[in-house]
Design a binder for this molecule. Structure first.
Ligand SMILES: C[S@@+](CC[C@H](N)C(=O)[O-])C[C@H]1O[C@@H](n2cnc3c(N)ncnc32)[C@H](O)[C@@H]1O
Length: 260
């Protein structure tokens, strides 16, 4: 029986043809491996994460170079554009303490413009991911990674700016009409602010978009004299993602509300 027409493959005869053939096979194998890798990655995308995976390049522009996130990281990382804007306020600063560093979204951007970053997270896996991601952005040498509870470490930390992006309690925070500071985890926003204030008055807080604005500005009154505060709403592609509060020297325009 003669072979089907489709299965007839012209075998390379000359050296040149063999070389070209080998190169083609290699490229095909590489493409197949890349496709498999992408499929595997998609399989790991749980229904909860899917929405965030579609926004992956907003979260990390270098996502395709090998950025890694765990489930909590997907929905809690600060989008890169916002993290870069927050970091701008600290450009040239000595030491920035990122108290809840997660998978490194903010720490990476701080490291690009500041001398040193202290990145703290209570979850060892997050710290590993943050280190891995910082390597992708080539800034791992500018960051001290610490596994630990910020509240326990705070009395021993020194820095020029403290950045606070505590857990908002998962995606369900959106259901609240008015997000009050007592809903923050693992401690309420007032206690957290006071702990940070013992380090420096230059504090940046990244909080949900449905934040109770009155409570937010009241934080500045915890200090005597009251701190300058600037409140900024942060958007990505026209969608509101969160509110950033800048206190002390990080507030460019004292007591104003601005929009990005
Ligand atoms: C909203 S995420 C931070 C995201 C981070 N800004 C980023 O862009 O990747 C909050 C992080 O706080 C960490 N965390 C929770 N309690 C903590 C504590 N007591 N001390 C330090 N980190 C804590 C969680 O493990 C989580 O990774």
């Amino acid at each position: 029986m003669s072979p089907a027409k489709d299965s007839v493959v012209a075998l390379p005869r000359t050296r040149k043809q063999r070389k070209r053939f080998k190169r083609k096979v290699k490229i095909k194998a590489k493409r197949r491996a890349q496709k498999l890798e992408k499929l595997k990655e998609r399989e790991n995308v749980t229904p909860l994460v899917k929405k965030y995976w579609l926004q992956r390049y907003d979260l990390f522009s270098m996502y395709d170079v090998g950025v890694k996130l765990d489930e909590e990281g997907w929905f809690s990382v600060t989008p890169e554009e916002i993290a870069a804007r927050q970091a701008e306020r600290c450009a040239g600063a000595g030491v920035v303490i990122d108290a809840f560093a997660g998978v490194g979204g903010n720490a990476i951007q701080f490291a690009k413009v500041c001398h040193r970053v202290v990145a703290v997270d209570v979850d060892p896996n997050k710290v590993q991911l943050a280190f891995h991601n910082a390597k992708i952005y080539g800034v791992e040498d500018c960051i001290d990674f610490i596994v630990g509870d910020f509240f326990q470490l705070a009395p021993f930390l020194k820095g020029d700016v403290v950045f606070l992006s505590p857990p908002w309690g998962g995606p369900s925070y959106k259901a609240k009409e008015n997000f009050t500071l007592d809903l923050l985890k693992p401690k309420d926003g007032h206690s957290l602010f006071q702990v940070a204030q013992a380090i420096t008055p230059n504090i940046i807080m990244y909080l949900p978009r449905n934040l109770d604005m009155l409570q937010a500005s009241e934080l500045s009154w915890l200090s005597s004299p009251p701190l300058d505060v600037e409140i900024e709403e942060n958007f990505v592609r026209g969608n509101s993602k969160g509110i950033t509060l800048y206190f002390g020297d990080t507030a460019l325009h004292g007591s104003v509300l601005s929009f990005l």
